[in-house]
Design a protein. Structure first.
Length: 157
């Protein structure tokens, strides 16, 4: 999780990047959960300036320009290339995190309890297991991809 100090006017906020959801970042601004879309304006050594193009908030509205105090340890994940149609019954992510390994391929037979995906969340490895015996019909993620809680991972029929 990346943490920034963001100054808007005379007010300073603590901003935590919590995860990614449908090409947008999920952030926590001083306890208020927001979903934002960013478009990069310029990258310079040690700083990045971005304009917020879309914000969904419950308590307060974000200002249009944010500038992080320091470069994050890891860059934010890129938005997914395209949206995929997800079938009902897909196994979903229980936590936000990064896909470390996909252990199966489409068309492969699996048994209930087999490890199908390994994720990393909060520096812990999480094994995602098959929820039933069947055949892998679709894989919605790839290694290195960041996913939000509830994001579809794999479909077994």
């Amino acid at each position: 999780m990346s943490v920034y100090k963001v100054k808007v006017g005379d007010k300073e906020y603590t901003v935590k990047i919590v995860g990614e959801k449908e090409g947008a970042l999920e952030i926590d601004v001083d306890g208020t959960k927001l979903t934002v879309s960013l478009e990069s304006l310029e990258k310079a050594a040690g700083t990045q300036q971005a304009a917020v193009s879309q914000v969904e908030a419950k308590k307060e509205e974000a200002k249009p320009v944010a500038q992080p105090v320091a470069q994050p340890a890891t860059p934010p994940p890129p938005p997914p290339a395209q949206q995929t149609q997800v079938a009902a019954g897909a196994i979903t992510s229980r936590v936000p995190g990064k896909i470390k390994e996909v252990k199966v391929s489409e068309g492969q037979s699996v048994k209930r309890g087999d490890t199908v995906i390994i994720m990393e969340s909060m520096k812990m490895e999480i094994e995602v297991k098959a929820n039933k015996d069947g055949v892998v019909k679709a894989i919605y993620v790839k290694p290195g991809q960041f996913v939000a809680q509830g994001a579809p991972l794999i479909l077994i029929e």
